[in-house]
Design a protein around this ligand. Structure first.
Ligand code: ADP
Length: 636
């Protein structure tokens, strides 16, 4: 007996002990596995150039054996080798299950079973013993996998003549609460297939036991009573029309949601469904979903974007990356087109004109769907943005800003004024007269940014500031340069463009008066700053730091923390130390300039270090700073 892998065992335990009321979904899971197996086989034979198989020969068969309380689900798909039985049924390796585990820790585990594509293990919600017999395509030896649950499983060779997989469920014993015999009832099974698996493109067959009236004999007496006879008939239970080929008006929201969850292994309903049937230059059906949350590996390089691609109902590629731009890589779904050839290769597909046309249409569609969500369902859009906003911002930044026009109105940033996420359009529409720029401030968190001294003067004037907390934010804005002809401006840039001409004159005079002092301070900082200036931003704070050149302090931090950054030669923004001439400290500096220049040197360093700390820039020599503060304390 072999042990299940730890993850699998946990999931299995949940299944076995499930009190979940929708146990019926086990059937959906097993049928969709069977359907996938046929898809896989068909695809593989196409690739191999094997034309011996006829699409009409494929089927999924249900057999209810009431006497032995057994339900059998059989398919003639690709089957599994002994190794595949081990790998696929003994371990969980797929992303959805890991995701499940995380959510499971937060929510009541039992409650989410069934909303989630739990796959094969769902069989254990209704079965006390599960047998999987399988003959893989191209192999001559069949194998049997068996398990009664958590204690483990066995795999051994067995007899099976026909290719494919047969799953036999020995149903659990009936209890007061649950009548498992229900799952042997032909009408119940039929209705479950209708409910969950109607769109499966292969016939799901079952032998139905029926009764009919015997024909009336010709010489029947007057008081003839109709006679009945039992007979059996194999019925195809599903309509076989894929969901995406159906008329939109005939599909209920739950059908879309169920389809999405079982097909893409999510436990949460999608935020949005995009169903589009196009004819003309490109003829296709597309069924796209915007997930409610990012898959756990979404922002890693392991994530693979793409849509399923069908040619006339037959799956030809599982993740066709060319159908989705990177910035919309979160979209799940499928495209079915009759214009694509069945045995088209990946390389050829990349150059397929038709595919490009479809991709272009889908991109527009996705964008307009997101815009409509933003307009009409802000709360949902914010949820979406929480999950995938980062991707949109990368999209603005990437390819030298080629997609900024397309994406700029989908972005949200935190507003100092509204204390919530706002669009650039909203920001600009509120700009008071005289405000020249769109201001932003970067930092670790909105609360930290809110404390930055540089934001004071702007707030004072009632100007709104966008608080940027993601690393990519400032880079994205830099690439955009402006929005609606308003340039973006960092609060740490030297000139915020706030003063009137008179104010500028006045400042000029003041600078002239203090020229020597300012130069002295600069020299005292030993090249730490490019300039020391009198601030126009500060109101109550004594000092702050700003950047003179194109590189902001925030960008400096990010660039230096990137992998591969030169540790010994970090990039440096051109630093400018700003001093508040209206703060009492300034008078003190002026006095020291005449009385005690040695002390003034020390003060200059202290003030500079304070500015660094406020800005969150690493201090080169924290020990020296600490000692200098202590010296001051002792003096006082
Ligand atoms: P999922 O189908 O979501 O990948 P499952 O737990 O349902 O997860 O199944 C695990 C794997 O077992 C499948 O990915 C597939 O490779 C294999 N499998 C399951 N059922 C069948 C079947 N009827 N025929 C062939 N392979 C199957």
């Amino acid at each position: 007996m072999k042990q299940f892998q730890a993850e699998s065992k946990r999931l299995l335990d949940l299944m076995i002990n499930s009190i979940y009321t929708h146990k019926e979904i086990f059937l959906r899971e097993l049928i969709s596995n069977a359907s996938d197996a046929i898809d896989k086989l068909y695809y593989q034979t196409l690739q191999d150039g094997d034309t011996g198989l006829n699409r009409d020969d494929f089927f999924i068969q249900l057999t209810a054996d009431k006497e032995n309380r057994r339900l059998v689900i059989e398919d003639n798909g690709c089957g599994m080798t002994d190794q595949e039985l081990e790998e696929n049924l003994g371990t969980i390796a797929k992303s959805g299950s890991l995701d499940f585990k995380q959510t499971n820790e937060q929510k009541d585990g039992v409650e989410i079973i069934g909303q989630f594509g739990v796959g094969f293990y769902a069989a254990f919600m209704v079965a006390k013993h599960v047998t999987v017999e399988s003959l893989a395509y191209g192999s001559s030896q069949a194998y049997r996998w068996e398990s009664s649950g958590a204690e483990g499983y066995t795999v051994e060779p067995c007899e099976k003549e026909t290719r494919g997989t047969r799953i036999t469920l020995d149903l659990k014993d009936n209890t007061d609460d649950e009548n498992y015999d229900d799952f042997l009832d032909q009408y119940r099974l039929k209705s479950l297939v209708k409910k969950y698996s109607d769109y499966i493109r292969y016939p799901i067959r079952m032998e139905m036991h029926k009764s009919r009236q015997k024909p009336k004999p010709e010489n029947a007496p007057d008081d003839y009573k109709p006679e009945y006879e039992d007979y059996t008939e194999v019925e195809t239970l599903n309509s076989m029309v894929p969901l995406w080929r159906k008329n939109k008006n005939e599909i209920k929201p739950e059908e879309y949601n169920d389809f999405y969850k079982s097909k893409f292994g999510d436990y949460e309903d999608p935020l949005r469904v995009i169903h589009s049937n196009a004819e003309g230059v490109a003829t296709y059906n597309a069924l796209l979903f915007i997930p409610a949350h990012a898959p756990f590996d979404y922002y890693t390089k392991n994530f693979e974007k793409g849509l399923q691609l069908y040619s006339n109902g037959v799956l030809i590629m599982d993740k066709c990356a060319d159908l989705l731009p990177d910035y919309f890589s979160f979209v799940r779904g499928l495209v079915d087109s009759q214009d694509l050839s069945l045995n088209i290769s990946r390389e050829m597909l990349q150059h397929d004109r038709q595919l490009h046309v479809i991709a272009g249409r889908l991109e527009k569609k996705i964008k307009s769907e997101l815009e409509s969500m933003l307009r009409n369902d802000r709360e949902k859009y914010e949820q979406f943005f929480q999950a995938f906003g980062l991707q949109l911002k990368y999209g603005v930044y990437s390819d030298y800003g080629m997609h900024k026009e397309l994406l700029q109105d989908l972005l949200l940033f935190y507003s100092s004024k509204e204390k919530k996420l706002v669009t650039l359009k909203e920001y600009v529409s509120r700009m008071p007269e005289g405000q020249k720029y769109i201001y932003y401030a970067s930092g670790e968190s909105t609360s930290k940014i809110d404390l930055l001294p540089q934001t004071e003067a702007l707030k004072d004037r009632g100007y709104e500031i966008l608080y940027l907390t993601d690393e990519v934010d400032e880079f994205a804005l830099r690439v955009m340069m402006n929005y609606d002809e308003k340039a973006f401006k960092s609060v740490t840039s030297e000139d915020l463009g706030l003063e009137t001409d008179e104010e500028k004159e006045e400042m000029k005079k003041k600078v002239e008066e203090n020229k020597d002092l300012l130069n002295f301070l600069k020299d005292a900082l030993d090249g730490g700053v490019q300039q020391v200036i009198l601030s126009t931003k500060l109101k109550s704070h004594p000092v702050c730091l700003s950047a003179g050149g194109p590189l902001s302090l925030e960008m400096e931090k990010i660039l230096n923390s990137m992998p591969g950054a030169e540790k010994d030669q970090p990039v440096k923004a051109q630093r400018v130390l700003e001093i508040n001439a209206n703060h009492p400290i300034f008078e003190r500096l002026r006095a020291l300039y005449t009385d005690d220049q040695e002390k003034l040197k020390k003060y200059a360093k202290l003030l500079y270090t304070q500015a660094l700390l406020i800005e969150g820039v690493p201090v080169e020599d924290p020990v020296a700073f600490s000692n200098a503060v202590c010296d001051l304390m002792v003096e006082a």
